[in-house]
Design a protein around this ligand. Structure first.
Ligand code: ZN
Length: 342
């Protein structure tokens, strides 16, 4: 039997834990509601109990090689401390990794959630078999990661890949990071809702205004539904979203010239609404993309769950592949489990 590790996805609302074998088989997955309000020690206690239960259960079938934990925040890779996390108040400057290692008596790796998601996609998802890629995760904000030669590129101290805070508009909307006009202020779930509310205020968005006053949920999903029904005011929001994502990607392609860019996160399900404008921007703004674009980039065979094998022809022809993530929220679990294996 192959060895196994434990992957942990520590989100703001759920704590998910999986036992994964070194050949990529999911052995078991547990989802626990995390009461972040009960505090750090409570969450760490529940996490360690669940990891111990799983390791006991599978120890007979293979060697336990360690645990990897994906967390929503900036990690100091040397000390294993969390520098900053918007979703986990009270965790900053606490020796998270050392404390969990002490309790488990096993090797523990801590990493940023967007980086482990990219590693998961590269191992078992859209990037399977592709060594050089980047991933953009579209959610509340924008997460990012660069993978070179099959390994996460960390930069000097683990902060590489903050694509969400690249400036798109010099005098744009203020961002929590202190900058103005960051990409994630225009191309995230939060941004969609903000831009839709601004369109309503401008008085030029009848379908959006009707939705807002209906008492129904006003979310990225409901704005998407309006766009798909053909309402132009909602379509303009996704047009802007695709434009900004295209500008961001054009810059990344010009700098990195990678084989593949994987786009994941909850908002990627609105692909049909934003991707046409994204590809239009790319062709206009990146000479490298224009020279290396597949014949039909919107025809995305990966969505049929065939994995990278469907893209092997484009890969072999050295085309720039821009495609959707395949593993959904499990990417982070697989990627976290992958770290202690290397
Ligand atoms: Zn920012």
């Amino acid at each position: 039997m192959p060895d196994f590790s434990i992957g942990v996805d520590l989100g703001g609302t759920n704590l998910r834990i999986a036992a994964v074998s070194t050949d990529g088989q999911l052995l078991e997955k547990i989802t626990l509601g995390v009461k972040v309000t009960l505090g750090r020690d409570h969450v760490i206690g529940e996490m360690c109990d669940a990891i111990q239960r799983l390791t006991e259960q599978y120890r007979g079938s293979g060697r336990f090689v360690g645990a990897g934990i994906g967390v929503p925040g900036i990690i100091d890779m040397e000390t294993g401390m969390m520098r900053k996390s918007a979703n986990l108040p009270g965790w900053s400057d606490y020796p998270v990794r050392d404390e969990i290692e002490r309790r488990l008596g096993a090797r523990v790796c801590l990493d940023n959630d967007a980086k482990v998601a990219a590693l998961g996609e590269q191992w078992l998802g859209a990037g399977r078999g592709i060594d050089n890629m980047a991933m953009i995760t579209l959610g509340t904000g924008i997460g990012g990661a660069i993978i070179l030669n099959g390994k996460i590129f960390y930069g000097m101290n683990g902060m590489a890949g903050e694509f969400g805070h690249v400036t798109i508009e010099p005098d744009g909307v203020p961002c929590g990071c202190g900058n103005h006009g960051c990409a994630e202020r225009y191309a995230s779930a939060t941004a969609l809702v903000r831009m839709a509310r601004e369109a309503i205020e401008s008085g030029n968005a009848p379908a959006l205004a009707k939705l807002a006053s209906s008492g129904d949920e006003f979310s990225a999903k409901s704005i998407y539904d309006l766009a798909m029904q053909g309402h132009e005011d909602a379509q303009r929001i996704f047009h802007r979203f695709g434009e900004v994502l295209g500008i961001l990607l054009a810059g990344l392609i010009n700098i990195l010239n990678l084989n593949m860019f994987v786009i994941g996160g909850g908002v990627v399900s609105a692909w049909d609404a934003f991707a046409p404008q994204m590809f239009a921007e790319l062709r206009e703004r990146s000479l490298i993309y224009a020279a290396t674009a597949p014949d039909d980039p919107m025809n995305d065979p990966l969505s049929k769950k065939e994995g990278a094998s469907a893209q092997i022809a484009n890969y072999a022809r050295k085309k720039t592949i821009i495609t959707r993530a395949l593993l959904g929220s499990d990417a982070g679990l697989y990627g976290a489990a992958r770290i202690p294996m290397s």
